[in-house]
Design a protein around this ligand. Sequence first.
Ligand code: PMP
Length: 425
Amino acid sequence: MSRPLQARRLEGIDKNIWVEFVKLAATYSKVNLGQGFPDFPAPDFLTEALTRALGGGNHMLHQYTRAFGHPALVKVLAQFFEKLLGRDLDPMTNVMVTVGAYQALFCCFQALVDEGDEVIIIEPFFDCYEPMVKMAGGTPVFVPLRPNPPKDGKLMSSADWQLDPAELASKFNERTKAIVLNSPNNPLGKVFSREELGLIAELCVKHDVLCISDEVYEWLVYDGKQHIRIASLQGMWDRTVIVGSAGKTFSATGWKVGWVVGPDRLLQHLRTVHQNSVYHCATIAQEAVAQGFQRELTLYGKPESYFVQLPKELQQKRDWLVQSLDDLGMKPIIPEGTYFLVADISPFKSDVPDAPDSDEPYDYRFTKWMVKNKGLAAIPLSAFYSEAHKNNYTNFIRFCFAKEEATLKAANDILQKWKQEKTSS
Ligand code: PMP
């Protein structure tokens, strides 16, 4: 056949960081702090809910359910988000359940972005935004968070990475259809402040731009920080789709249950994509997640709430990893949220052999060298940047700290041994 086999929209998006690095971690790592998933169990109340759903009297939970979300789940999600957003929600039109946040994002781009539309993406970004915009025929327009290291020699915080307001404003024009916001941000762990969100909101309203707000780490914020939902700011509800994930919320990434919350005027179009692609996600998993949310609704804000306990535990894990990395001289950027942490690998250039014939960036070479020689897996930060900007950010790697104490201890042992080898060489 002389015609190309693949559709034109797949051109240039065939590479995927996760396929390569998940394989490397599986082959070489003793400790995997690469891909973002917990290695500790999902909470008992969730797995018990699944067991009850499986073995209980309702055999219909093994059959198809409502396409746009199992009624029990959309109802409780609507109740929960009514509380969070301070507005009435219709479970049937303001909420839709998806196959993870991944499919929620796919629905957003397919439903709202057209040929020739521009979509602003804040860098660094969860890598699937760019190919998803392109597959929808849109043009991604990138705007970076710029690091401003503190002058007092203290460790950097994710809050020190900020948008330049003039640069951000310069990206909005009559072709701009949407901006993707991810707060708390993967990979940096940045939790956008009310002022930063206010600036984005003002520009969205001024230029009549939609906001795809990826909030999958909404409960994972530390040091008393508050996650602010951009949809709650003046003029934003009507133009925002909130994306969420039970995988991140209940430490059960394999379940692939996600959702969107937003105005019907936007969600009606997401429903069209959903009904013509996936139709719905596993009924039984939706039923168990619904029960998880029921529990959290009853315990809202109480110390026994999983949404209170999980960030407490993760903050301690973050602090352990910060300490271990800092000890070795791999300066961590302290994340305000998520379960990721970015660290500066610029002092390690002499450890990694030069590769004069390779155009692979330093962070990729470092990460591969580290997993093969030290047994520790991470992800290069430049994977979270566009082609045009990735060469400016090759001195960092990302670790995931949603791990058992034993895993973090094993990571610390590797880092301590590495430090001893460095000091004795
Ligand atoms: N958005 C962000 C920012 C993520 O980090 C992830 C998962 N790593 C997703 C969306 C996808 O979530 P899910 O597993 O629910 O599809």
